[in-house]
Ligand binder design. Sequence first.
Ligand code: NDP
Ligand code: OXD
Length: 311
Amino acid sequence: MTLLILAPNARPQIWAKEFKRLDPNLDVRIWPNVDHLEDITYALVWNAPKGVLSTLPNLRIIFSMGAGVDHFFLDSSLPDNVTICRVVDSLLTAAMREYVILHTLRYHRNLPELEQQQKNHTWNELADKQIHAKDQTIGLLGLGVLGKSCATLLAEMKFRVYGWSRSPKNIDGVSCFHGEEELKTVLQNSKILVCLLPLTKETKGILNACLFSELPKGACLINAARGQHLVEEDLLNALDSGQLSYATLDVFNEEPLPVQHPFWEHPKITITPHNASITDPKSVSKQIHENIRRDVLNMPILNTVNSKLEY
Ligand code: NDP
Ligand code: OXD
């Protein structure tokens, strides 16, 4: 029973320490310091170099270090007979809620305009821009663990919330829509649109010119899901034309965002460095350890991923 930590830029030593604290008998190795590949039965992975997982002949479970698992499916040599698990963690969900509420309220309360006014020493109440939460419409693309939690909190705050998922849902206070045919209804009602979809073949590039054109003019976008959901050129055009007013982006096609990228200097774009919600090793190591225990006892594994759906 050996766990390999295969996450070169994601604090592997801290994770190893947490596992040792939980279970001093667990054999934990940090890639690339592995002598006997056949020893490895479990791998904890984040943005691993392609091809490594297929060299582990006795691998039983691959754990994603995050909620998203798109990083696995980029690797065409991913073994297909191995269980894949992802993170579902109350601290991760809480941090994402904070992020979504922070940036939603920022647009709802016209903070970008107020910051500009302060720079110009301008006193203007923006009275005609005051919109009550009950009249503000917010769209959530993705009603999974994170999207549902954000949608519910926004609804509790009395916002008018429209949510979209693949399968039908029933969430208190949230108008739920599903499938491609119902996406338009969500978009046409979303003055602030939040993306919390997994990145899959179906959702790649979904934040594009066609989608933006369905939003009310001057809508705001918050993308905390994956950079590849967004067609960057289309966002720049939509901001230039005024179809979109502002965008907050936590995730990017290339990370770190290259220093010369036009998003950095754009007056209508707010950038955060993929830190909307960062996995907490102390909290998440427990669920990985629990799944290892379950595997040893032949019990059902928690938080598994459907490889066909890629999430
Ligand atoms: P879940 O798997 O719990 O939820 C995914 C949701 O998206 C579900 O509601 C699902 O529908 C919906 N969905 C999937 N495919 C489609 C589709 N083709 N059309 C419509 N809806 C679809 O994921 P989480 O909520 O846990 O996480 C979402 C994403 O957030 C992660 O994949 C990751 O990329 C990102 N993330 C970003 C972080 C950051 O710091 N920026 C931190 C953590 C996660 P259904 O319910 O019907 O299955
Ligand atoms: C995740 C992430 O998927 O941090 O958890 O993006």
